[in-house]
Write a protein that binds this ligand. Sequence first.
Ligand code: GAL
Length: 452
Amino acid sequence: MAMIRATFHFPQGFLWGTATSAHQVEGGNRGNDWWAWEEAGRINGNERSGEACGWWEGRWREDLDRAADSSQNAHRLSLEWSRIEPEPGKWDQDALDRYREILRGAIHRGLTPMVTLHHFSNPRWLVEQGGWLDPAAIDRFVSYVRTAVEALEDLASLWITINEPNVYAYLGYGSDEFPPGAGDLRQQIQVLQNLVHAHAAAYHVIHQIQPEAQVGLAHHYRSMVPAKPGSLFDRQVTRIRSQLFNELVPEAVHSGRFRLPWRSTRIPEAANSQDFFGLNYYTEELISFDVRSAKQAFGRGQYAADHEVSPTGFIASAPGGMRRALRWARGFNLPIYVTENGVEDPSDELRRRYLARHLKEVWHAANLNWRVRGYFHWTLVDNFEWERGWSQRFGLWALDPVTQERSKRMSADFYAQVARENCLSSEMIERYAPEIYDEIYVGPPPDSAEAR
Ligand code: GAL
């Protein structure tokens, strides 16, 4: 039988980039809550962000060269609030100038910047004043956003207000993996609600300063499928978990209603407060009802047996979940950017397959005329992975954090070819992921969980 050959073309002007965040790449972020958390020994293996990827000291240059030389045309990065406002109401002009230099450097290299204003880390002073549990954080955030956007508006017009409010509120307040580690569902909900207010206020302020700005959030969507579709309990518990984790925030910033299963609050200024839908997608889990999992809304998650799992068991390669995520995101009727997607894999074997499978889903969506406008792979160079420290390697380039030496993984070449040719072709699959040629070009459908 002749091999099927086909080229999946992406729309013209598609953005191809990688995503990074300040604390994970800059190094030396002593003024934020993560640094304190690291000093308190809360990271896997007692690791520290340390000098991270050395971006603040200038290594952003060589890494953005890597991005540009490999045909990327965009880059998502974040600003570190604690650098810009080291003390309440005190602005650090040098820090703003440094960010201007980085953004100019990105543009100069042909990389359209997408700028995140809050990516998990907070100034220590904010935390001392009550952090995100206190609604006063909303105004404090807005004044930082105003200063940052006024200083940078000539260099960026794609803004993400807050990265993954659901993950931040869950890991920092519902559980104890992120600072401040409250472990309290009520606090988690309160923080989520404050973040929705903060996003909405920031959205309006950015538009006052820069009417042409495109502003959104980066929503983390974790695909959830009932383990036994025939079980009413599994279905119900999946619905509740997905509503709380995946849907609450996107619905609030769409409809202006913060809708919990037990109460609904109106936040009118949050209605229609996104110009695009930012989607972070990594994985999918099967959910079963479990009376012992009260803290998880009585649901227990596990990865499907037929999905490949990453080396530390963190991510299952589940492209059907990407399709589900995109289909759902499309319901908000906004342009969509995949603002993060990737897998930790030092050996780079799974990553090449993961990339092929997920890019095919992005293409599939674009091909159906869903309004997908860009894709940002997580990430460019291995970086500090939060509570998991340096134990997970998400980079297209490997990093030795001690010597700061980078080495290219094969996925970097794969991704470069995709970006350069603006397509995913059978020739690329043959070269970079030949073992899944049939899966990509013949079947079975990636949505196998759907059939369960
Ligand atoms: C996301 C987060 C990123 C990165 C990634 C991989 O949730 O936004 O900062 O850490 O996960 O772990």
